[in-house]
Design a protein around this ligand. Structure first.
Ligand code: ADP
Ligand code: MG
Length: 474
């Protein structure tokens, strides 16, 4: 094993050159074992990992070693000996075993052979993660992490049915919806489940862009026959973002896909597609493909309801093992309402700010961290905007908010306005006091505290304030 500080330096080098997710997935649990003067071995749980590292990270690791140790190392990816029932994979998950005797390598991948291993691994096969050509399944995109609500129930049920019974439920399955609503997640969940049920499935999961590029490169190499054989031999073909299917010069790929589709459908092989719109609304699609896409089941993902957004945030907090108060979840879920990716991003931002600033996760922190998030507004929120929205909501005049009136129907909205001005703008206590009819800074502080206190114990009031904030951000 390399010394921890050396290993850390190597990992730092790699980290700077990969995006965060990639690094997390592939390098958090890696080990480097120095076996001879210039040899390093990297133990891996199965052949899929080995091929993946070989193809994608070998050179990077060699560069890192050279940089840190100033030596040219040879690197060997070694598959741990099979049969260890307690084995866990890189994600800390148990590696599913089956009793097959094949390696089940997806085609197009040739096993790399390290020292002490003269032929591909024989014995129990492990399936996580499966790498199919250029596609890669994200280990987090599984059904158990997909939260179901009214807006995605049908899509979820149809995808699960297809995953459990490929070619028997609906063929093709066509999932559509706007960005960030879970299409890729569902598609990959279907792949994971189908593979878990039958690890020998020949499954191709890839983005439409990769399909098109693969086709173009096959044409250039004069290897169309090979391309055809490859995709037409699939048991499951899952193509993400099919709305990018060839246009203009790339129209050939659409023609090719048409024939692939027919061949697979005739052979009762499962096709799963995702797109940003329903088939008939994809402008570049030929009529014959539009009609084929409607043969099976077309399901839509709708924007998440408030309940689903809350449930997703709760799941996320649990997975990250952080505790986030309800009022804070409510705030994030109200602020970011149309895109689950952004919702997750908002939550991450709050968690990251808490850890950076060394502060607990709470509503005030979330409001600060997400000051510029949500809505479509481009100009900063002014005290005047706040007064407009608040007076409108409580049905009083702006002049009343700025008056000295102390009846509750006026003083309460005024306090809400002051609280919002304090949290959503950069104005000082004095400036805010002045904008609300010349109140002094202690009145402003008192109002803010009072509203905070109420927010803390009154859920309905939280929702009201969150609504006002999201209104202001529009
Ligand atoms: P799309 O492909 O439609 O643009 P993605 O599948 O990439 O969207 O989803 C965006 C993010 O939101 C992903 O991180 C995904 O895991 C998450 N996500 C989407 N829908 C759900 C859901 N129902 N439950 C949990 N996470 C979800
Ligand atoms: Mg996607």
């Amino acid at each position: 094993m390399l010394a921890p500080d050396i290993k850390n330096k190597i990992l730092d080098f790699i980290k700077q050159r990969l995006d965060k997710e990639q690094f997390k997935t592939w390098f958090t649990q890696i080990e480097f074992v120095e076996t001879a003067e210039n040899d390093i071995q990297v133990p891996l749980p199965n052949v899929y990992y080995r091929d993946w590292y070989e193809k994608n990270y070998k050179n990077l690791i060699i560069s890192a070693l050279k940089q840190v140790l100033d030596r040219e190392y040879k690197i060997y990816f070694l598959v741990a000996s099979p049969g260890n029932k307690n084995q866990t994979d890189l994600f800390g998950l148990p590696v599913p075993m089956n009793t097959g005797t094949q390696t089940g390598l997806p085609d197009g991948l040739t096993p790399a052979v390290g020292p002490g291993q003269s032929e591909p691994l024989k014995g129990p096969k492990q399936i996580r993660p499966v790498i199919n050509l250029r596609g890669q399944l994200n280990p987090h995109y599984t059904f158990d992490r997909f939260v179901v609500g009214a807006c995605n129930r049908l899509a979820h049920a149809a995808t699960l049915a297809v995953a459990e019974n490929p070619s028997k439920a609906y063929n093709p399955l066509f999932i559509h919806g706007a960005v960030g609503l879970g299409k890729t997640h569902l598609l990959q969940a279907a792949c994971w489940t189908a593979l878990e049920k039958n690890p020998r499935l020949k499954l191709y999961y890839l983005s439409c862009e990769n399909f098109v590029n693969d086709y173009i490169s096959a044409v250039k190499r004069g290897a169309c026959e090979e391309f055809r054989n490859k995709y037409r031999s699939a048991d499951i073909l899952a193509i993400d973002d099919i709305h990018f299917l060839g246009v203009g010069e790339k129209i050939g790929s659409q023609e090719e896909f048409f024939h692939t589709f027919n061949a697979l459908h005739n052979a009762q092989k499962q096709i799963i597609l995702s797109s940003d719109s329903p088939p008939q609304e994809i402008p570049t699609l030929t009529d014959r493909l539009v009609s084929r896409f409607k043969w099976g089941m077309v399901v839509r993902l709708d924007p998440p309801t408030f309940e689903l957004r809350m449930a997703i945030l709760k799941q996320k907090a649990e997975l990250k093992r952080v505790s986030v108060p309800d009022d804070t979840l409510n705030f994030i879920a109200t602020l970011i309402d149309s895109n689950i990716r952004e919702l997750e991003g908002g939550m991450n931002k709050v968690i990251a700010s808490a850890s950076l600033l060394g502060r607990p996760i709470n509503l005030a922190l979330a409001q600060e961290a997400l000051k510029d998030t949500g809505g479509t507004r481009t100009s900063p929120i002014s005290v005047n905007n706040i007064q407009e929205v608040v007076s409108n909501y409580f049905n009083i005049k702006i002049a009343e908010m700025q008056s000295k009136k102390r009846v509750k129907s006026v003083s309460f909205p005024r306090q809400v306005g002051i609280y919002l001005a304090r949290t959503l703008t950069d104005r000082s206590l004095e400036e805010i006091g002045a904008a609300f009819g010349g109140k002094d800074h202690t009145t402003v502080m008192y109002s803010v505290e009072k509203i905070k206190h109420r927010l803390h114990r009154d859920k309905e009031f939280q929702s009201t304030v969150n609504l006002l904030i999201s209104d202001l951000k529009k």
